[in-house]
Design a protein around this ligand. Structure first.
Ligand SMILES: Nc1ncnc2c1ncn2[C@@H]1O[C@H](COP(=O)(O)OP(=O)(O)OP(=O)(O)O)[C@@H](O)[C@H]1O
Ligand SMILES: [Mg+2]
Length: 429
């Protein structure tokens, strides 16, 4: 590549030399009409050749490639491969000019950056420093930085010298945004989980201290404090159980469910388990199921857990002496793979309702509209996060409708099992 560039430069110098000698020769001939003086023109031409008129040679040991001709150092196949890389990449020549930026880089920095000086394209001083260092020492470098527009993204930039003559420095950027977000979520999750555990633990520790000290001989206080301690210990147990359950469900989220389940049975089992709790609040649970519902493919225990969470919420946040209504029906639709059937189950309460702005956040771990009320009722704030993962594993959908003061409806749509017809059996074979 360096040899090609040198030949090209020599050709251009010869061209300028011949052009200069012809011009000078023509002028001398026009003025003096003498052929002898053409010799002088040849001398001038030689001088022009050595002075390199029209060409300025870089006074460097590294060969700088002129920006407009740089692309020839990249064969079409390499260029196409770099162009299609999902990570942003640019190549900078020895003169600090960008001569190639792939599509991903143009998406980040903008179009029309080729041939511009690197400092006009990138403002981040740490990347410019890393590029300069690699250019001077030949050592690869790496630096983390943030692009704030159009949306904030975190990147790690790598610099490496990929060619010495001509000098070419590569800048490769790796998008770390989703890794950073996941990291932040993990940190938040641990902070939330520890906070949730610390609260009941602090209460239990406080009562132990009181029982050992001032309330040592107070029979009445001791009974009361032991009851509170039992409630707090139960809350800790539930929190740990929910955390373990969430982890297990998340781990299996991508494993298709194995069993075959009649959703009506699942719902009747879940509501029977919660009926003593509903009775205590004077709430009645009504199940209305359409006839001949198709079965679904599902994990029975997970589906019971899903509906127990929804029915429990409907009781907890429902109206005292109100009603929890569970309706089951089927729906047919035409999807991409032909006719499809779904089983739809909705859990409706006539309680306090949920403000519209809170609805999108309900499935976040530990999110509660009214933290005090949820805690009073022994809530951990993990119920709907568990529901979301179970729904995802079953390839279903959850819809939440609510009006403050009127109540809420949680609707779960699950794909029904296809009836095995002769045609589908043949298809499988
Ligand atoms: N049917 C409902 N009516 C009103 N608010 C609800 C209803 N269901 C859920 N919520 C709100 O959504 C929040 C999150 O519900 P989620 O089931 O995840 O947690 P929780 O009920 O507080 O605790 P957990 O279910 O872990 O015991 C609740 O704290 C409550 O504020
Ligand atoms: Mg709940």
């Amino acid at each position: 590549m360096a040899k090609d560039a040198a030949v090209w430069i020599t050709l251009r110098r010869v061209f300028w030399a011949v052009a200069a000698s012809l011009l000078i020769g023509a002028i001398i001939y026009a003025y003096f009409g003498s052929h002898i003086l053409i010799g002088c023109a040849v001398v001038v031409a030689a001088a022009a050749l050595s002075a390199g008129i029209g060409e300025r040679q870089p006074p460097k040991t590294v060969v700088e490639v002129p920006a407009q001709n740089d692309l020839h150092v990249l064969p079409p196949l390499s260029r196409e491969m770099l162009e299609r890389l999902p990570d942003p990449l640019m190549l900078v020549n020895g003169g600090d000019r960008v001569f190639f930026a792939n599509r991903a880089m143009r998406d980040v920095i903008g179009v029309g950056i080729e041939r511009k000086h690197i400092s006009a394209v990138l403002r981040n001083p740490s990347i410019l420093e890393a590029l300069a260092r690699t250019s001077q020492t030949g050592e690869p470098g790496s630096v983390d930085f943030v692009v704030r527009v159009p949306i904030e993204r975190n990147y790690q930039a790598f610099t490496a010298r990929v060619s010495t003559e001509p000098s070419i420095i590569m800048l490769l950027m790796h998008d770390l945004t989703s890794i950073k977000r996941t990291e932040q979520m993990r940190v938040d999750f641990i902070a939330n989980a520890s906070h949730e555990l610390r609260t009941p633990l602090a209460a239990v520790a406080g009562f132990i201290e009181t029982l050992k000290g001032p309330a040592r001989d107070d029979e009445e206080a001791r009974e009361k404090f032991l009851d509170i301690m039992a409630v707090e210990a139960e809350r800790m147990r539930r929190l740990i159980e929910d955390l373990l359950s969430l982890t297990r469900i998340e781990l299996n989220e991508h494993v298709p469910p194995r069993g075959e389940v009649a959703l009506e049975e699942v719902i009747r089992q879940a509501s029977a388990a919660l009926s003593p709790l509903a009775k205590a609040d004077g709430i009645s649970i009504v199940v209305e199921a359409a006839p001949d519902l198709p079965r679904i493919s599902g994990e029975r225990d997970e589906l019971v857990q899903l509906f127990q969470n929804l029915i429990h919420n409907a009781i907890k946040y429902g109206r005292e002496r109100g009603e929890v209504k569970i309706a089951l029906k089927q729906q047919a639709a035409t999807g991409r793979r032909g006719p499809e059937a779904f089983v739809i189950a909705s859990v409706k309460d006539d309680g306090e309702g949920i403000p519209a702005e809170a609805i999108p956040r309900l499935t976040e771990r530990f999110y509660r509209v009214d933290v005090k009320r949820s805690r009073e009722r022994g809530g951990t704030g993990l119920g709907l996060a568990i529901v979301k993962h179970i729904v995802n594993r079953h390839n279903g959908k959850m819809q939440i409708e609510s009006r403050v003061g009127e109540g809420s409806t949680f609707t779960i749509t699950l794909p029904a099992l296809k009836k095995q017809t002769d045609a589908s059996v043949t298809e499988l074979l």
